[in-house]
Design a protein around this ligand. Sequence first.
Ligand code: TMP
Ligand code: ASP
Length: 275
Amino acid sequence: MDVRCARFFISDRGKPSFWEKALQMTRRKKIYEGKAKILYEGPEPGTLIQYFKDDTTAFDATKKAVLEGKGVINNRISEYVMTRLNSIGVQNHFIKRLNLREQLIREVEIIPLEVVCRNIAAGSLSTRLGLPEGQALPRSIIEFFLKDDKLHDPMVTEEHITAFNWASTQEIDDIMALTLRVNDFLTGMFGAVGITLVDFKIEFGRIWENDFGRVILADEISPDSCRLWDSVTNEKLDKDRFRRDLGDVIESYTEVARRLGIMKEMPTVIQGGLH
Ligand code: TMP
Ligand code: ASP
């Protein structure tokens, strides 16, 4: 991997540049701050600005680091993936990218579930069921986790989801159908550039139209939220490099962007400003 490539994405030392900081300080109202992103009030009702931080956490934020430039790369990869998904009819909250770290999104009512889809055993599935990492699953498996850090995002079933009104039966059906479409599309998209989509996590939100709620894809899709392995070597190109102290995290994320062909479109950022 070419470390110099990463420099295309980030400022001199990878930190937000003077102009990025200035832009942030004149920013509108902060609506919510999560571990890796901040949501600001958008320019119009029903819109928000999603800001991608360099902060990286694992294991309920017990492990933390600032990986310089990560937010810039994830903003760009997520833009690319959401745009491609939109083009095949998977509606999502992405409207447009505004700058290196921000995108304009549609405001949604977040459904408090992390929806995980797996093609190959890895991570918590391997631990839970004693499956060797890398074992192909008989079919794609969808799991639901409640978004609640205090409870360590426990796994929940459709029974819990409907009983506690986190989502309706119809919404669960829609979520599962959309998740499988996302999986099929992303498996092909990454496969075409020599990357195996092992698993991923997505989130959904509700939008309201004439009193009818509908679920659309929200949040982000990036190497933070997917397991991506090189198809030939099985080398990890995702956040497991951070979780497992494998090093070269930014280089791996950059490699994903490069293979997707995003790299060449990135503006270069050099000391003091955007070019
Ligand atoms: P897991 O094997 O740890 O349950 O992770 C499954 C997928 O979900 C993997 O692609 C990483 C992603 N993920 C997140 O995006 N956020 C999280 O908090 C966790 C635990 C996993
Ligand atoms: N969401 C996790 C955290 O709590 C990060 C992860 O493992 O992806 O920090």
